[in-house]
Design a protein. Structure first.
Length: 336
């Protein structure tokens, strides 16, 4: 699980705050001055676009790694008027706000990868990817998108997630420590440490081991999905209120967890098979995200990068009163 920073953007002073957060992260990730400056310019552009077009929004920063090279993912989210014509907006000189109109075109050129999802009248979500140095194209790995943010006013997030490889198989864990703050974070971290030690174990075994590891902590809810990048099947098990579903253009399946609290009460752990076709997404989220959403409200979103899916769901369905985590997986080649 990579650290993630959130900067709310509703005032010009917060543009500088976002740049400082990015500078701290790029320093840790090994960016040189030129590459870090490039990120700072993109942060300024993205934040300024939010203020100009939507008045308020959010920037999320997450560290990446590939082959020992550090990277940075930027999500810019707003609920503004959206972009009526993406193609026009990518051309330099196009503007709907009286500016020079170099925004999206400049961002596309300055980043190593860019993806945009927009709905007129509902907002825009932008994902940019930057690397500290040249990186090889990844082999076949899952494409991952994640948002994991602490409750407002808390320093530590009581939710956590982890994705661990085991050959062609992967196990995804999402855990919600009971309550919030540092004690909840400690419980959640204990569960992710279990998965790191047992990446090849079945979901039910991971949850049983996590139950033992969380004894003496606040406890928490947790769910594990194990899947292969080579086969369209997997296995799922959950304890407590971690929501999980598999969405494809043709179908939707809710995955079932049993009642209980890891570390305290574990009456039943049951594994269920997952159908996970190549055009589907696997989504797990904590109860900080409302479950009252449907992909049908977001035409075309399922084809976008997993991080944009996670970002849009967080933007629109964050309950605002708890830690929130949403993790989205595609089986195809991607970054995580």
């Amino acid at each position: 699980m990579a650290a993630q920073s959130l900067v709310n953007i509703d005032d010009r002073s917060q543009v500088g705050e976002a740049r400082r957060a990015a500078a701290d992260l790029t320093r840790v990730l090994g960016f040189d001055a030129t590459a870090a400056g490039n990120v700072a310019l993109a942060i300024t552009e993205a934040a300024t676009n939010i203020l100009k077009h939507a008045q308020r929004g959010k920037l999320l920063l997450r560290g990446l790694e590939r082959g020992g090279i550090g990277g940075l993912e930027l999500l810019a989210l707003d609920q503004g008027p959206g972009i009526a014509n993406i193609g026009s907006s990518l051309r330099d000189g196009h503007s709907t706000a009286g500016s020079m109109g170099t925004g999206l075109g400049a961002l596309s050129r300055s980043s190593d990868s860019m993806d945009v999802y927009t709905q007129p009248g509902k907002g825009t979500a932008l994902r940019l990817e930057f690397w500290a140095g040249p990186v090889a194209k990844p082999g076949r790995v899952p494409e991952l998108g994640a948002v994991s943010i602490a409750k407002s006013g808390e320093v530590a997030c009581g939710d956590a997630w982890a994705l661990e490889p085991d050959g062609a198989d992967y196990s995804l864990l999402v855990v919600d420590g009971l309550g919030h703050g540092t004690d909840a974070a400690r419980a959640a971290r204990a569960a992710t440490e279990v998965l790191a030690k047992h990446p090849g174990s079945a979901p039910s075994e991971v949850l049983h081991l996590a139950h033992l590891a969380l004894a003496g902590t606040r406890g928490g809810a947790g769910a594990v999905a194990r899947f292969s990048i080579l086969q369209p099947q997997g296995v799922f098990a959950g304890v407590g209120n971690i929501a999980a579903r598999v969405e494809s253009p043709a179908s939707r399946r809710q995955l079932v967890s049993h009642n209980g609290t890891l570390g305290h009460v574990l009456r039943k752990v049951q594994e269920f098979p997952i159908d996970f076709p190549s055009d589907a997404v696997l989504i797990l989220h904590s109860d900080g995200l409302s479950g009252h959403w449907t992909m049908a409200d977001y035409p075309g979103l399922i084809a976008k990068h997993s991080a944009l899916i996670a970002g849009v769901l967080y933007r629109d369905h964050d309950r605002g009163r708890d830690d929130v985590t949403v993790v989205v997986i595609k089986r195809g080649s991607g970054t995580w």
